[in-house]
Design a protein around this ligand. Structure first.
Ligand SMILES: Nc1ncnc2c1ncn2[C@@H]1O[C@H](COP(=O)(O)OP(=O)(O)OP(=O)(O)O)[C@@H](O)[C@H]1O
Length: 324
């Protein structure tokens, strides 16, 4: 459904700013009917890629096909197949749900009975039943987001692009928004591409793409990504993380990745495992440990591992020196 081929985007520099490569030679294929989450650290190029995919920015090089249509050569045909939910609200909060939806539908020539049929269909994927007459600014954050979703479903897109649509929602609202997307994919075969920083959202999707520094670092199913870390992960909360990183390296040959205030060891040296290492750390470095846990690898651990590796490869440093 989406074929991104050798895509590069360079923001031209100004008098005081050098040019900045936001997307670098990125190739990514997303087959029809997949729910894919695109994630990456701040500044990794997700928004730039998103803007290119929805036709708001023109890449410096490369090609994007949407449902076989060349986005650059024939943007109208490619865009006709997609619905977009932006991070910032794109509905008028002073108007009612119905007013917002009918104005949007009219832009696409949908009025009268045709509009009502599409409206019923779009609302069927949301929890907006009975709220049509309510002004958007009186709805909860979760329902307001669903208005954005209903709006783009009015035109029956085959592809949904969503930029961090669940940011700021409480867990229950997030779950119901994601469940609508999952149903659209399962029952309508809709292709969904969504950016997100929330890894719990990605555990059940079809595939996860991880970007950093404009490059694609990984794209695979959540199961396959988790399988990249084939041991349990040791997570240490330390009052002196830098000291502990250094001691672990010098004394035990263990590479710990620093992530915020935490240290993570996701590749204990060959002769040991995470539990044995936990016991050793508690025995030898007790004053440097505030809390310590062994857990099964989750997607967030893979993300931290893959992005630390990429930073290390770029700088020639070890992963612990390139902490997020
Ligand atoms: N208009 C612009 N002009 C120059 N550089 C830009 C512009 N927009 C983004 N960049 C740079 O391009 C790189 C990628 O930014 P982008 O916003 O695409 O990343 P992101 O992954 O979406 O980040 P975030 O998660 O913080 O939204 C960054 O280095 C950013 O500073």
């Amino acid at each position: 459904m989406i074929r991104i081929e050798a895509l590069t985007h360079v923001y031209p520099g100004g008098r005081r700013q050098p040019p900045r490569t936001a997307v670098a030679d990125l190739t990514l294929h997303i087959p029809e009917g997949r729910f894919t989450i695109l994630s990456g650290p701040n500044g990794s190029g997700k928004s730039t890629l998103f803007r290119i995919l929805c036709g708001l920015a023109r890449p410096s090089r490369g090609r994007v096909l949407v449902a076989g249509r060349d986005l650059l050569a024939d943007p109208a045909a490619a865009r006709a197949r997609m619905g977009v939910v932006f991070q910032s609200p794109a509905v008028d909060k002073h108007l009612s749900v119905q007013e917002n939806l009918s104005i949007h539908a009219a832009l696409y020539g949908l009025t009268g009975a045709a509009f009502r049929a599409r409206l019923d269909e779009a609302l069927g994927w949301t929890d907006l039943d009975g709220r049509l007459g309510d002004r958007v600014d009186t709805l909860s954050g979760g329902l307001a987001r669903q208005v954005e979703l209903a709006k783009c479903l009015l035109t029956r897109p085959r592809l949904l692009l969503l930029d961090e649509p669940t940011t700021g929602l409480d867990p229950a609202s997030r779950r119901s928004f994601l469940s609508a997307l999952t149903r659209l994919r399962r029952e309508r075969g809709m292709t969904v591409l969504m950016t997100s920083h929330i890894f719990s959202e990605a555990e059940d999707v079809d595939s996860v793409a991880i970007m950093a520094n404009g490059r694609l670092l990984a794209h695979d199913t959540p199961q396959a990504l988790r399988a990249r870390l084939n041991t349990d992960v040791l997570v240490i909360d330390s009052p002196e993380p830098d000291t502990l990183v250094e001691r672990l390296r010098a004394d035990l040959g263990v590479t710990a990745i620093r992530h915020g205030d935490e240290l993570r060891v996701d590749e204990p040296p060959g002769h040991t495992d995470a539990v044995a290492l936990l016991e050793r750390v508690l025995k030898d470095y007790r004053p440097l440990v505030r809390g310590i846990t062994v857990k099964q690898p989750a997607l967030e651990d893979v993300f931290i591992h893959v992005t630390a590796e990429a930073r290390a490869a770029r700088s020639g440093a070890t992963p612990q020196e390139t902490a997020a």
